[in-house]
Ligand binder design. Structure first.
Ligand code: SAH
Length: 227
């Protein structure tokens, strides 16, 4: 199903990854652990290789959002880096990701030493990523087929929550499942663009909010989809 991760791939793509990391640095990403993770993960393996493989591979390390199957996209590397940096992740923390997609963001979080729980509402993507991530060595994430609006009450509370689809509002269940002191990073907006919202939970019912920048995400949809 997936083509071989080989040493040749590594040598071929290492240079491209280095350049991507430099670009991200120039765009303002400062967290060295985030940059190190992006510099290590073979992003070219995460695309929907059943369609337009050669064309996609050419763009794997440019700062673009690309198709991953089931009508969904892998986020721009800058968006992944930005959201991850804003999450202020610390190794060993428990993180909930909404929108597993192809698992690239999941891999970044694993690479940074986090315990990742990730929910995907599309069955086909969930099934594919559940096979793929362990195949390339990322075995520790708990991947769940479900509706991210509801979070994962059975595994709460979480130190951090990252939402990787554009939400019309901040789902209350996610705020409840965040630890006091924790951070949620979520793009808000139901049009073409979203604004990144960063909320720190300062007490059971209080949050400090920061809104930064315009981004483009696929929508956070309600309920599980069977496709
Ligand atoms: N983190 C992903 C980004 C994928 S795009 C990556 O690195 O590739 C966003 C994903 O969110 C899509 O796969 C989409 O199906 C999923 N999604 C949308 N609404 C959702 C919901 N309510 N619950 C869980 N996943 C959802």
């Amino acid at each position: 199903m997936f083509y071989q991760v080989s040493k040749e791939d590594e040598y071929l793509f290492q240079g491209k990854r280095k350049r991507l990391v430099e670009q991200l640095r120039e765009k303002g990403i400062k967290n060295e652990t985030v940059l190190k993770a992006i510099g290590k993960i073979p992003r070219h393996l995460f695309f929907d290789t059943s369609t337009a493989r050669p064309a996609l591979l050419d763009h794997a390390y440019s700062d673009k959002a690309l198709q991953i199957g089931a009508g969904q996209t892998i986020s721009h590397p800058y968006t992944v880096a930005f959201q991850t940096e804003k999450l202020e992740p610390v190794s060993g923390e428990k993180v909930l990701e909404i929108g597993t997609g192809c698992g690239y963001q999941t891999a970044v979080l694993i690479e940074m030493g986090l315990k990742v729980y990730s929910i995907e509402r599309q069955k086909s993507l969930h099934d594919k990523t559940k096979l793929f991530l362990p195949y390339i060595g990322y075995k520790t994430a708990k991947l769940i087929y479900g509706d991210g609006y509801k979070g994962l009450p059975q595994f709460a509370p979480f130190d951090k929550i990252i939402v990787t689809a554009g939400a019309p509002y901040i789902p209350n269940d996610l705020l409840v499942q965040l630890k006091v002191g924790g951070v949620i990073v979520i793009p808000i907006g139901d049009g073409e663009n979203q604004e990144m919202n960063i909320l720190r939970k300062t007490s059971q019912s209080n949050f400090e909010k920061q809104v930064i920048g315009q981004f483009k995400f696929v929508p956070l949809l309600q309920n599980k989809s069977t496709i």
